[in-house]
Design a binder for this molecule. Structure first.
Ligand code: SF4
Length: 78
């Protein structure tokens, strides 16, 4: 939210537990398999990588590692 000076301030409505990690794969994926080798609970690779969203929360660290390891930066973590 913006105040009259255009600055962002917190509204306090972001509650703990609501900041769930979401993972998407961009079209630039080259199906190299690196993400699957790091975390096969979340990533599986056929024509392109796909995400098993149900397993993301339990594997956050590995998801971040996979995102960092992706050679084309196709793994978007939000
Ligand atoms: S590491 Fe990146 S390029 Fe490789 S399969 Fe996974 S998303 Fe695709």
């Amino acid at each position: 939210m913006y105040n009259k000076h255009g600055l962002i301030f917190k509204t306090g409505d972001i509650k703990k537990g609501e900041n769930k990690m979401t993972v998407t794969i961009e079209d630039s994926c080259i199906a190299c398999g690196a993400c699957e080798s790091i975390c096969d609970a979340v990533f599986s690779v056929e024509d392109k990588a796909v995400v098993n969203a149900a397993n993301v929360e339990a594997n956050k660290d590995a998801v971040q590692e996979a995102a960092g390891a992706c050679p084309v930066s196709a793994i978007i973590v939000e």
